[in-house]
Ligand binder design. Sequence first.
Ligand code: ZN
Length: 196
Amino acid sequence: MTSALFDTALEAARAFHGSVPALAEFAPWPDDLRWAGRVANMVPGAELMQRDPGAANDLTRPLQDAFRALAPHIEWRLTYTEDEVGRDFLNRFGWFELAGPEGHFLSDQVRLTVGYWGRDLYYPWHQHGPEELYSVVSGGALFELHGGSPRALGPGDTRLHPPNSPHAMTTTDEPILTFVMWRGEGLDEPPRMSPS
Ligand code: ZN
């Protein structure tokens, strides 16, 4: 049953949140979660994520396993246009909202999303009002933040993006699977490309 797979993924995410201090300190686990029953929407990147999720570690493997099992049942989104990111990006990328204002589980307290990018992709500079904490489930990438030093992140690592701060990400020889928390006002707003 599909909702049982989502319950398993949610429980794995809750355990991961509880075991990574930066995540637990960023925002408490929401206590207002309601099952929303969204319809699956597959994208090419979802199949790639199942096949090539990148290397996990002992801490992150349960979450990676849960997301791979969930992949065919997820309401995947692409959000960006071909003009903004290119066709190759859209073919090897996908994200979904596990919990939040428009999530598989509804919450008004926080937004929990999962994003996947294939190898050798450039996620251009973008920004948003809510504060964001990225965590890496598997694989890795180079994270760039306006006014900060670029940092290569791997499984279990986290990176904070302050409100309205432009940031970018590049994958090289491995893909990346991420678990992302948002907090603050405007949890239902999409990111926008930063002015160049
Ligand atoms: Zn962001």
